[in-house]
Write a protein that binds this ligand. Structure first.
Ligand code: PLP
Length: 299
């Protein structure tokens, strides 16, 4: 048995109903796996708190939807659920101090002719993510290089699927970091707001007369990923009678919003401090309210 590590790795394997535990410090994937050679596969990143994965059903649904968009056969939900439970329990035994964990599900096209390769990896939550949740992020706007109709015109671009081909998104983040910024909001070539490289954009516009806030996010038709965090927050906000709005939002309108956040499963609800160097309004009381909505909707 190896030393306890900061990660637990479990492969989905028909011979192991609870998943096959493997050593995350050792090589495990064949170099001919098309997940590696072509970035051909799908994934999910989830948050577990005190051993319980948040929004598990929403994540498993999106994994199935991403796999479907990519025509990638993957094991049934029960196999994922069993492997997730094994991974979380294994890491909890190794690292009981990890109250929060990142749980990543990956399914690759595999080695040609051998079917998909699927695994669950549980790790701690990076310190940098926790700091950003608390402190907020400085963001730049970047052109994604396609128009708002590309999603319909070119379904082979797999917009709306959470694929392993993230090199472009990682490149955009490096571009932001080189300019001393933390993150990115993409827009279409005609200036419609899309999403962050690993997050959904939420905005609030407060009515000057009534003081009533409207919670806004870009419409999915432009090819943004359907965010489970945004979905849970909107469900909670709707139950509480909030006004909800959907894009298209232009970059000019974005800069006029009263507050903007980047949201995702592990980062949660991170306030945007500035956009292209323009300071953005800070509303900690609304952030707290959105967090309440998320917790209410995060089953
Ligand atoms: N959009 C993109 C491109 C993402 O990669 C992610 C998450 O990683 C999200 C949105 C947010 O999704 P979720 O809230 O389900 O974590």
């Amino acid at each position: 048995m190896s030393q306890p590590t900061d990660a637990a790795l479990v492969f989905l394997d028909p011979n192991y109903p609870a998943g096959r535990i493997a050593d995350p410090t050792q090589p495990q994937i064949l170099v001919t796996d098309e997940g590696l050679t072509r970035g051909d596969g799908v994934f999910e990143t989830m948050l577990a708190v005190d051993g319980k994965v948040r929004k598990l059903g929403l994540h498993l649904n999106r994994l199935a939807s991403s796999a479907n968009i990519c025509t990638l056969p993957i094991p049934p939900e029960q196999a994922w659920e069993a492997a997730i439970q094994t991974a979380v329990e294994t890491l909890r035994k190794q690292r009981p101090e990890f109250t929060e964990m990142t749980v990543k599900l990956t399914a690759t096209r595999g080695v040609s002719g051998m079917g998909s390769t699927c695994w669950v990896l549980a790790t701690g939550v990076p310190e940098s993510t926790i700091r950003q949740r608390e402190n907020g992020v400085d963001v730049i706007l970047l052109d994604k290089g396609h128009d708002a109709a590309a999603n319909h015109r070119a379904p082979w671009l797999l917009m709306g699927a959470k694929t392993l081909s993230c090199a472009v998104n990682m490149s955009a983040l490096r571009y932001a970091k080189a300019q001393g910024k933390d993150d990115v909001i993409f827009h279409t070539s005609e200036g419609r707001v899309l999403e962050g490289p690993t997050s959904t954009v939420l905005m609030v516009k407060i009515d000057q007369q009534t003081g009533v806030p409207t919670l806004i996010t870009p419409r999915l038709e432009t090819g943004v990923l359907p965010g489970t965090t945004q979905g849970a927050i909107f469900a909670g906000a709707e139950d509480s009678g909030w006004d909800l709005g959907y894009g298209p939002v232009t970059t000019e309108e974005l800069l006029q919003m009263d507050a903007v956040w980047l949201v995702s499963s592990v980062r949660l609800i991170t306030p945007v401090l500035s956009l292209d160097n323009q300071p953005m309004g800070q509303h900690p009381e609304i952030t707290a309210k959105l967090t309440e909505f998320l917790l209410a909707g995060a089953h």
